[in-house]
Design a protein around this ligand. Structure first.
Ligand SMILES: C[S@@+](CC[C@H](N)C(=O)[O-])C[C@H]1O[C@@H](n2cnc3c(N)ncnc32)[C@H](O)[C@@H]1O
Length: 243
C-alpha cells in the first residue's frame, strides 16, 4: 500500500483550495465563463446534468497544457453543451492551422453547442460529427490529432482507445486524455466508505476500471493515471524508434 498524506482534510478545505487555485491561475476568457452559466441554465431547463462539464480549473489546466504542448489539432469525443470544446478552441487560438473535431450524439445538447460556436464566431474552428462516436470515429481515418480527449460513454472508452490506435489517429507526439478515469474514487474504493458508492451505478465505474486495466496491460502505450479532477488518464504510444 502506498501511503499518501491527506492533503485536504475535508470538503470545506477542498472547496477553498479549488477556489484559491482558480483565482491564482490564468483565468478562462469571459465568454467561456458565460457559456458555463448558460449551460447550467440550459441543463436546468432540459433536465440534463450540468456536472457532465469539466470544471473551471480543469478548463484552465487543459488550455495551459495544450498550449505548452503546442497542440494544433484536437479530437474531442463527448462534446455535450460545448463547454470543454470552447476551452480547446481557446487553447488553439494562436494556431492558424489548428482545429477541433467533436463527436457526439445528435440532439438538443449538440444543437445548443452548435448555436454556441456560432454565437462566439468559432464555427469555422470546430467540426461536429453527430452520431455514435464508436462508429463515426472511423470517418477520421487518415487524419492526425495531437490530443484526443475521451469524455463520452464510459462503456465505450476501450473502443475509443482501440480505434484511436488502430486508425493511427495520433500524431507522433500525440496524447490521449481519458476523463473521469477515477470516477469519484469508485474505481479504487467502491465500499460504503466512499459516499459516492450510494449515488452512482456500479456499471460505469466498473467500465472505467476495465478501461484503466486494459490500458495498463497494453504494451503499445505508456501512461499515467493522475488523481486530478475526476481522474485523468494520460496515454501516449511508446516511441519504438531505436536511439
Ligand atoms: C460528460 S459529457 C461531455 C462533457 C464535455 N466534454 C464538457 O466537459 O463540456 C458526455 C457526452 O458524451 C456523449 N455521448 C454519450 N454516448 C455517446 C456516443 N456513443 N457517441 C458519441 N457521444 C456520446 C453525450 O451525449 C454527452 O454529451
Amino acid at each position: 500500500m502506498h501511503a499518501v498524506t491527506e492533503l485536504h482534510p475535508n470538503t470545506e478545505v477542498s472547496n477553498a483550495v479549488y477556489e484559491y487555485s482558480i483565482n491564482h491561475s490564468t483565468p478562462v476568457p469571459k465568454h467561456i465563463d458565460e457559456h458555463r452559466q448558460a449551460s447550467i441554465e440550459f441543463c436546468e431547463k432540459e433536465n440534463e446534468e450540468a456536472n457532465m462539464m469539466i470544471n473551471t480549473l480543469q478548463a484552465q489546466f487543459l488550455i495551459f497544457w495544450a498550449r505548452a504542448q503546442g497542440v494544433k489539432r484536437v479530437l474531442e469525443i463527448g462534446m455535450f453543451t460545448g463547454y470543454s470544446a470552447l476551452a480547446w478552441v481557446e487553447a488553439l487560438r494562436d494556431q492558424p492551422e489548428g482545429g477541433l473535431v467533436c463527436l457526439d450524439l445528435p440532439g438538443k445538447t449538440s444543437a445548443f453547442a452548435l448555436q454556441t460556436f456560432a454565437k462566439y464566431g468559432v464555427s469555422d474552428k470546430v467540426q461536429v460529427i453527430e452520431g455514435n462516436g464508436q462508429t463515426t470515429i472511423d470517418s477520421l481515418a487518415g487524419q492526425k490529432f495531437d490530443l484526443v480527449f475521451i469524455d463520452a460513454d464510459k462503456s465505450g472508452y476501450i473502443t475509443y482507445f482501440e480505434k484511436v490506435l488502430s486508425l493511427n489517429l495520433l500524431s507522433p507526439s500525440g496524447v490521449i486524455i481519458a476523463d473521469n478515469a477515477l470516477r469519484r474514487g469508485l474505481v479504487a474504493d467502491d465500499s460504503e466508505r466512499n459516499p459516492a458508492s450510494a449515488r452512482y451505478s456500479k456499471e460505469t465505474h466498473q467500465a472505467l476500471d476495465r478501461f484503466n486495466k486494459f490500458v495498463r496491460d497494453d504494451p503499445r502505450v505508456e501512461h499515467v493515471l493522475l488523481p486530478a479532477f475526476d481522474g485523468l488518464n494520460f496515454i501516449r504510444v511508446k516511441n519504438t524508434t531505436p536511439n
